[in-house]
Unconditional design. Structure first.
Length: 149
């Protein structure tokens, strides 16, 4: 019985790893990371506009965005483009690696600047930094490297 159970577990793990390796798992993970980023940006904007939340919450969202920006660089591996499944990621992500690296690195830098502004306690500076993040990173990347289906 133990050998049978071990074999079934190994088979299931193999199937799961195969699904991950074919890009579908990468797309699913990427979409979850991007939704998390959007949720933190939306929550931060609500706090800055005075529509809920606290400054302590804002610091948490800013920190999360700073960390997720670093993660976002790794969520576009080769083989996870349109050929792998339903995705809004354009093929240009992989055919223009230098351009994509620039917008990705801009996201990391602008998220860090937003976190720094939030840490200063200056809400006006925080609002400006969030706007710069939205325009300089999110919109810039989406315009060049994202499509809607």
């Amino acid at each position: 019985m133990r050998k049978l159970t071990g074999g079934v577990v190994a088979l299931c793990l193999g199937v799961a790893l195969t699904a991950w390796a074919d890009g579908a798992g990468d797309i699913d993970y990427r979409q979850k990371v991007m939704k998390a980023i959007g949720a933190h940006i939306g929550a931060a904007a609500s706090i800055i506009k005075g529509k809920g939340g606290t400054v302590a919450d804002l610091k948490s969202h800013a920190h999360a965005l700073e960390e997720l920006a670093k993660v976002s660089i790794r969520v576009f591996p080769a083989g996870s483009g349109p050929e792998a499944g339903k995705t809004e990621a354009k093929p240009e992500i992989w055919s223009d690696p230098e351009g994509f690296a620039k917008v990705s690195n801009d996201f990391v830098a602008l998220a860090a600047q937003f976190s720094e502004a939030v840490s200063s306690g200056n809400m006006a500076a925080s609002g400006k930094a969030l706007g710069a993040l939205g325009k300089g990173a999110c919109a810039a990347c989406h315009k060049a490297y994202r499509t809607k289906h």
